[in-house]
Design a protein around this ligand. Sequence first.
Ligand SMILES: C[S@@+](CC[C@H](N)C(=O)[O-])C[C@H]1O[C@@H](n2cnc3c(N)ncnc32)[C@H](O)[C@@H]1O
Length: 304
Amino acid sequence: MLPTDYRDCGYNDNMQSDFLAVEDLPEYSVLTGDSMRVLPSLPAECIQSCITSPPYWGLRDYAHPDQIGAELSPADYVNNLVALFQEVRRVLRDDGTLWLNVGDGYARNGGTGRHGPNAIVGNTKKLIQKRNCKVPDVWGLKDRDLMGLPWRVAFALQEDGWYLRSRITWVKKTPMPESVSNRPTTSTEEIFLFAKNQKYFYDRDGFREPTGANLRNFWTLGPDSNSNGHPAAYPRELARRCILLGSKAGDLILDPFAGSGTTGIAANELGRRAILIELNEDYVRSCRTRGEKVQRDLYSRQTA
Ligand SMILES: C[S@@+](CC[C@H](N)C(=O)[O-])C[C@H]1O[C@@H](n2cnc3c(N)ncnc32)[C@H](O)[C@@H]1O
């Protein structure tokens, strides 16, 4: 049985099929809801590439009971991501790819001051605060241990059948300031390239080094200058590169953690179609507003 909270996605209860008719969806579709519930409504093997960044464990509160990233244990977070990406693998074409940006974090214990584990991040308090700053009892974690979450997720996905093909280091031009004196400031994140099968579509000419050489696996990127109201948006250029390398014009791109819709916008600008899934209604609105603007811009360019 399909959930009923799909809006603006072309689905209605009278449709014969149990799956969404993805070929009838607009170029830029935003589906509202929990990806774990929405993904099963997509037919198998319809997506060429999934480009996404799930919430990082224990960092932000996305104000929804079904959000990923608020699990009590980081081990449950890894398991939830594995389950979710099983659905992504089902909807990927046989030669499809997954480009996954995941961030790390530190296990913390104690402290109630204005800094450290109880510090206010943007408008939200760290979720860890709600857990009374208990270091999770898993993986031998101690106070202030780096959890190594990106690689834990990568290994779990590999074990689940994904082909792990590359680790790209995103070097941040303007990293978040950290008041630390006993370690370097964190200024990189991981982007993993996974394939559904051993042979997969990868267009090495889609994006090259300025010298013409094969693209290297570290990308120095700054944040986008125009604010889109999302606290954790990745740069459009990051999505653009993954799309250029992982798909052809006309292909369907998926982002099951859409946020402000960066992946969908980059996809449309490059002549690909996009399906975005987002849980938080405010971000769904932001996704739609940004998508409509891109559609208008593309239309006026075509008709100019
Ligand atoms: C790191 S942000 C993605 C930001 C996005 N890449 C951008 O550039 O705007 C992760 C998003 O996933 C959403 N989210 C969390 N759990 C979800 C779930 N179970 N299903 C769908 N979306 C979810 C959050 O609301 C948040 O907006």
